[in-house]
Write a protein that binds this ligand. Structure first.
Ligand SMILES: *[C@@H]1O[C@H](CO)[C@@H](O)[C@H](O)[C@H]1NC(C)=O
Ligand SMILES: *[C@@H]1O[C@H](CO)[C@@H](O)[C@H](O)[C@H]1NC(C)=O
Length: 495
């Protein structure tokens, strides 16, 4: 136990004091307050196993858990890898909450205090951005929880341009219901129907005009997203946009991570990572809208936007670091375990279409809204890394990894290799170029670590005034799976 957690533990014991834990509530604009007694917060060895039954896994399992108390330190920056000089989890124990729900744990570790930088408690103010998405109405059920995590209560406006399956304009009652549903969640959504029989690429391009026409005096940016673009930190995104003078022409976005795609399609913003146009750029497209719409034969909407900007302005793509179309295949661990906080993420819902095998693509689908829940407790800590002892790394919301030998990790840290992305990906598509594949975007890369064991994110829930995460290692053969539970809370002692 480090000094800080000792002090906290003593405070709990002496006064049995009440600790107020506060989370940003994404489904309610008011701040939610939780009261938790110190005792419940001690990560004791008893009880609490029955909730494992909801995880949809088979028992018995090997299991250990740890409570983490987040403390804000204004002097810190978000670090890619923070070293903690102590082990993370106690020994696993075999448990079966179905057979023996009241089992206590034989051993458990006391709560651990981790420090993070100060982070804003209020949602970001993105009232100067109008986002637009063109999609099928049936896909919105999946998108809404993710849009809620990114956009709720940020004053960002969202226009959703919808078509029904069969390429017909959706029923107006259905659209109104969808709009009401999103507004109830704090998303300032406007739902509009796309014309019957319109082509996907035409609908996408028309969004620029629709967003431009819907601008108000506050609007500085219009942004085109895919229905599976996830924005993990609206604060960081707004801060990044604020570094560009929006009274000038800007075309912001990111090229594909896949060099082959860049060679074929060029220096364009690949739509899944998000495209951001300042109003002067959007005005140029709007002024030339009919010409661009008539002349283009491109079969993708993001290409049509690129074409129109290229044909009618001198503005070029300004690549923004952190936006990710995520054109990566194979095992994406290297990307998600890099310690970086992306501004946008894509392809987490269905994998990358260049991966032919459905089973591989299934491995690359992630419950992003749940993985991201922990940021309610600790801000931009999503995908932040902590190293415990000599062999364990938590990549928050993605995995807990243990390295094969103590030396393996120590060497990587010593040689400053941990800031590089581990090359766990499928080989890049071959191109006749000096550039191999992914380096121009996420490089430099370092070789894959052999023998690393990963406990992958399984589930997370907001409960008991904090966020409870589960990570799983699916064992081979008849061995029990291993599950780690981490319970995150924030402490604020009110005198
Ligand atoms: C957030 O607010 C909603 C609506 O008021 C409420 O139902 C929900 O329980 C709250 N969630 C948390 C985590 O407090
Ligand atoms: C957001 O920013 C706008 C423009 O500066 C301001 O008018 C508005 O009051 C802000 N909203 C909130 C909730 O702070």
């Amino acid at each position: 136990m480090n000094f800080a957690s000792r002090v906290i533990a003593v405070l709990f014991l002496l006064c049995g004091s009440l600790v107020l834990l506060r989370l940003r509530n994404h489904s309610d604009s008011s701040q939610a307050f939780f009261r938790t007694s110190g005792r419940n917060n001690q990560g004791g060895c008893s009880g609490r196993l029955t909730r494992l039954k909801d995880l949809g896994i088979k028992f018995p399992i090997k299991y250990a858990r740890r409570d983490i108390i987040i403390k804000v330190n204004p002097d810190l920056d978000r670090s890619s890898l923070t070293q903690i000089d102590a082990p993370f989890l106690s020994e696993v124990q075999i448990v079966d909450p179905v057979q023996s729900p009241d089992w206590g744990l034989e051993q458990c570790s006391p709560p651990l205090t981790l420090e993070v930088p100060t982070f804003p408690r209020q949602p970001a103010n993105a009232s100067h951005v109008i986002f637009g998405i063109s999609t099928y109405i049936k896909r919105m059920d999946d998108s809404i929880p993710h849009l809620q995590r990114s956009l709720a209560h940020t004053s960002a406006r969202l226009i959703v341009l919808l078509i029904d399956s069969g390429e017909v304009t959706p029923d107006s009652k259905e659209m109104a219901a969808l709009e009401t549903r999103m507004r109830a969640l704090g998303i300032e959504a406007t739902v509009v129907g796309a014309p019957k029989g319109s082509l996907m690429q035409v609908r996408y391009f028309s969004l620029v005009k629709i967003l431009y026409d819907n601008r108000d005096s506050a609007t500085q940016w219009i942004s085109l997203l895919d229905d599976d673009t996830f924005l993990p930190s609206m604060h960081s995104l707004v801060n990044t946009l604020d570094t560009y003078d929006s009274s000038k022409e800007w075309y912001l976005g990111a090229m594909s991570e896949d060099w082959w795609s860049v060679m074929v399609y060029g220096m364009m913003s690949f739509g899944g990572g998000g495209t951001f146009l300042s109003i002067p750029t959007a005005a140029q497209i709007n002024n030339n809208y009919d010409t661009c719409a008539e002349r283009s034969t491109a079969n993708q909407g993001d290409i049509r936007v690129f074409e129109c900007i290229t044909a009618h302005t001198t503005t070029k793509l300004q690549p923004v670091i952190g936006l990710h179309q995520a054109d990566l295949g194979g095992d994406l661990s290297g990307f998600y375990e890099s310690g970086r906080l992306p501004l946008s993420l894509h392809h987490w819902k269905t994998g990358w279409h260049f991966e032919q095998k459905p089973e591989q693509r299934a491995l690359n689908t992630y419950p992003m809204a749940k993985m991201h829940l922990v940021s309610d407790v600790c801000g931009d800590c999503f995908l932040q890394r902590w190293q415990f002892g000599s062999d364990t790394i938590l990549s928050n919301g993605f995995s807990i990894s243990t390295y094969p030998t103590q030396n393996a990790l120590a060497e990587l840290v010593k040689n400053k290799e941990m800031d590089k992305v581990e090359d766990t990906f499928m080989p890049p598509r071959e191109v006749n170029s000096f550039m191999k594949g992914y380096e121009h975007s996420i490089g430099p890369l370092r070789p894959k670590v052999e023998g690393k064991i990963q406990y992958k994110f399984l589930d997370a829930k907001v409960e008991d005034g904090g966020v409870r995460q589960y990570y799983i290692y699916r064992a081979l053969d008849k061995e029990p799976d291993i599950v780690y539970e981490i319970f995150w809370t924030r402490h604020e002692i009110h005198v």
